[in-house]
Design a protein around this ligand. Structure first.
Ligand code: GDP
Ligand code: MG
Length: 168
């Protein structure tokens, strides 16, 4: 029975749903027009993973979505990472590999996962399933399709990351 604290960073282009995902996961709430509270670096949630107690500290980027505007402090000590894009935003999908490279440059080869958010908007999709699968296969990363809005597959992302971290 371990007690483990894990720093999670969530990166991706603006408006893909990162802040919403963190709030949904850690606070259980969703709002369409949420504005981030200035000064809050991360939210926390404790979960049980098999027999271990895991405290996830999930860091938000304070709306700085440019690669170089995110501070070193944001990445420092990060152990796992969510690479997020939106179903309705092709640019955000095209940026995933650059985000991965950025995180690896700052943190090394930490545990990562790709999240395709806003899957509730699949009818307005800007990316094909084939392209998404080809990318995640090439990057050798697991893909989760999520909807923060519908609370679909969010817990699974963080459980997967925790398990993967604990098993390495
Ligand atoms: P961030 O810039 O990546 O932090 O994105 P936000 O969390 O601020 O979300 C941007 C917008 O997308 C907000 O209006 C959210 O309510 C909306 N949003 C987030 N997740 C979803 C989702 O799963 N489905 C839909 N339809 N909208 C979402
Ligand atoms: Mg945000």
């Amino acid at each position: 029975d371990l007690e483990v604290a894990i720093k999670v960073v969530v990166v991706g282009n603006g408006a893909v749903g990162k802040s919403s995902m963190i709030r949904r996961y850690c606070k259980g709430v969703y709002t369409q027009d949420y504005k981030k509270t200035i000064g809050v670096d991360f939210l926390e949630r404790e979960i049980e993973v098999d027999d271990d107690n895991v405290r996830l500290m999930v860091w938000d980027t304070a709306g700085q979505e440019e690669f170089d505007s995110i501070t070193k402090a944001y990445y420092r000590g990060a152990q796992v990472c969510v690479l997020a894009f939106s179903t309705t935003d092709k640019d955000s999908f095209d940026a995933i590999e650059r985000w991965k490279n950025k995180v690896e440059a700052e943190c090394g080869a930490i545990v990562m996962v790709v999240v395709q958010n806003k899957i509730d908007l699949i009818d307005e999709s800007a990316v094909s399933a084939e392209d998404v699968e080809a990318l995640t296969k090439r990057l050798k990363l697991h893909l989760f399709r999520t909807s923060v809005k519908e609370n679909f597959n969010i817990d699974e992302v963080f459980l997967y990351l925790s398990r993967k971290f604990l098993s390495q």
